[in-house]
Design a protein around this ligand. Sequence first.
Ligand code: GLN
Length: 314
Amino acid sequence: QKKAKPIDFNAVINEAYSLFKNEKGGKNADYIPFLDKVNSDMYGIVIVTKEGQVYQVGENKFEFGIESIEKVFTLCMAMEIYGDSVILDKIGANQTGLPFNSVPAIELDGKRPSNPLVNAGAMATTSLLTSHFGHAEAWDKVNAYFAKFAGRNLTVLDELYKSEAATNAHNQAIAMLLKSYGYMYDDPLYACDFYTKQCSYGVNTRDLGIMAGTLANGGVNPVTKERLIKEKYVPKVLAIMGTTGLYETTGEWMFKVGLPSKSGVGGGIISVVPGRYAIAVFSPPLDKAGNSVRAQMAIQYISDKLDANIYSDK
Ligand code: GLN
């Protein structure tokens, strides 16, 4: 158990901001045309504590695509509905060691979707939600749940959704493949489209901070104080983030930083310091695995400065 020490969050995020502001590494996702056009210079850092204090520096108004970070909250919702056993029974919880949209990954793990934080597993998890609620109600239910995490209604960025839906043949193929193996729980192309829409939610850095802050606070939104996921499920969500949140580079990430995290190709990364606070960073240029370069640098810096590594009791 880490000792609670007084922390000057403002000083640390300001340092991290100025240290990496001029970083030029990485490039925007270009396989989704809309993401390629987003201004690469944008950079924002937010910390949300368990008590609900919000610290921020840089860009925190611009709404970017949540992309794969949505997978975390879809996972939360599936556990709330079905219990945690559904993940081991119907999805899987192992790292693939392969890119987030890998087809061979599905073939490796006993022809399973592998885990809820890669595209295959996320679409399978989404199909659990849509089949549970039915097509008429599913979007409203999921939308309401996501809104509770952010503490405000989130809207789909229409241009992003159209751009992604027009170019997601690869994800459609993955969804069909899963169907053929019996790991899709609703119509595969419907689930793929629903997932694409979820990935197209617009969020700002602050929204992500509050959403992640809910996981840092044992499942209770630290700002609205509403419980969104049972406390006993939070460590399981964090375990999956810690195993696969940054895809095939998660092992190196945990070695360097030691924080359960999740990235999205829109440029966001969330990291959770359990029972203490969450860090959200946004900056569009990505490394080869699809993780924001500046966000990784900023979070590593903050984690080192604040002794946040979950494997250390400093
Ligand atoms: N919507 C994106 C996709 O399915 C999400 C990928 C990501 O953020 N890694 O390809």
